[in-house]
Design a binder for this molecule. Structure first.
Ligand SMILES: Cc1cc2nc3c(=O)[nH]c(=O)nc-3n(C[C@H](O)[C@H](O)[C@H](O)COP(=O)(O)OP(=O)(O)OC[C@H]3O[C@@H](n4cnc5c(N)ncnc54)[C@H](O)[C@@H]3O)c2cc1C
Length: 291
């Protein structure tokens, strides 16, 4: 991904992000399209897509068509997770693990989050975190819990185990394997989070109480207000104007992340509008006098 500054960073590998990337390619912009995987799991899961113009079939077939187009149109995709987006001098800094990327403009196309335990929103920033590298150091010699959705996050759990006294890891898949002796594996999800001012415990799905100081949800997506501090949201969705702009200058959003209906065609349409708006923004800011 390097140390250059992209015109636009598109975050999210779903159909909103893809359509934004396709549009930016057509406009000849220098963009970064980054996500967990092209088109995402939600597309692959659709049994029968009946509402996408000129297409009838299942999600796997639709993904195959999109992939063919992606190859023909030479749309580059970068597999990575973005942990945080921060306003910076004339643009944005994007954290991805220990790497920092730069873009003059950003399109958030991160979809909607799969449900996490009750209490996660309430204790966000008070013991609940979505980023091991960002917040791990806060839990030196403390007991923590992690919930992970796939094997890809096992390394991050090991990283946290190197800091914390003990890590209870809740795995939402079979066959997890860890090396550190202070990791205790639990199958399934975290059932709930409890505490006072800060997190003091997690509940297992069977109702067992485990005393912890912090809880990490390590997954492909985080709520938009966690990803971009201070971003205006409404009912968990990013608040956007008709041109897909957010209240942060140069930051746009598209797809499920902006609200219902959760549909491919709406996500694709918004991805296109967001890309147009990002290009307008770049043109305007290029012509603006330097302060
Ligand atoms: C089972 C099922 C069937 C469906 N059937 C239909 C249907 O028939 N017709 C229809 O119109 N809609 C259908 N939908 C809805 C449709 O899937 C969504 O509306 C659509 O996928 C939204 O696209 P999106 O790009 O906004 O988000 P998503 O498809 O959710 O993509 C967002 C992507 O961004 C990634 N991401 C999130 N955060 C980050 C980050 N910080 N860094 C990097 N990547 C990140 C996520 O991992 C994800 O891959 C269905 C949904 C499901 C679950």
């Amino acid at each position: 991904m390097g140390n250059r500054t992209y015109d636009v960073a598109v975050i999210g590998g779903g159909i909103a992000g893809y359509t934004a990337a396709l549009t930016l390619k057509n406009f000849g912009k220098d963009f970064l399209w980054v996500g967990a995987k092209p088109f995402g799991d939600k597309l692959l899961k659709a049994e029968h897509v009946r509402n996408f113009p000129s297409f009838s079939g299942n999600g796997v077939e639709l993904a195959a068509l999109l992939e063919r187009q992606m190859i023909v149109e030479e749309i580059p995709f970068t597999k990575a997770r973005i942990d945080g987006v921060y306003a910076a001098d004339r643009g944005f800094d994007l954290m991805s693990g220990r790497e920092v990327l730069h873009a003059r403009s950003v399109i958030l196309a991160t979809g909607v989050e799969t449900k996490v335990a009750k209490g996660a929103a309430e204790y966000l920033g008070r013991g609940v975190s979505y980023c091991a590298v960002c917040d791990g150091a806060l839990y030196k010699n403390k007991r923590i819990a992690c919930e992970i959705s796939s094997k890809e996050y096992e390394d991050e759990v090991e990283y946290l185990a190197g800091i914390a006294e003990k890590v209870f890891v809740f795995c939402r898949y079979e066959g997890a394997h860890f090396h550190a002796a202070n990791i205790e594996l639990r199958q399934g999800k975290i059932g709930g989070i409890g505490g006072d001012v800060r997190v003091t415990e997690v509940l297992t799905e069977s109702g067992e109480h485990l005393a912890v100081s912090g809880v990490f949800f390590l997954k492909d997506s985080a709520p938009p207000s966690v990803l971009v501090g201070g971003l205006q949201t409404e009912g968990g969705h990013v608040k956007v104007a008709r041109d897909m702009s957010t209240h942060l200058s140069g930051l746009f959003a598209a797809g499920d992340v902006t609200g219902r209906p959760y549909q491919y065609i709406k996500a694709a349409g918004e991805g296109l509008v967001a890309a147009f708006s990002a290009c307008d923004y770049l043109a305007r800011s290029q012509n603006a006098p330097r302060s």
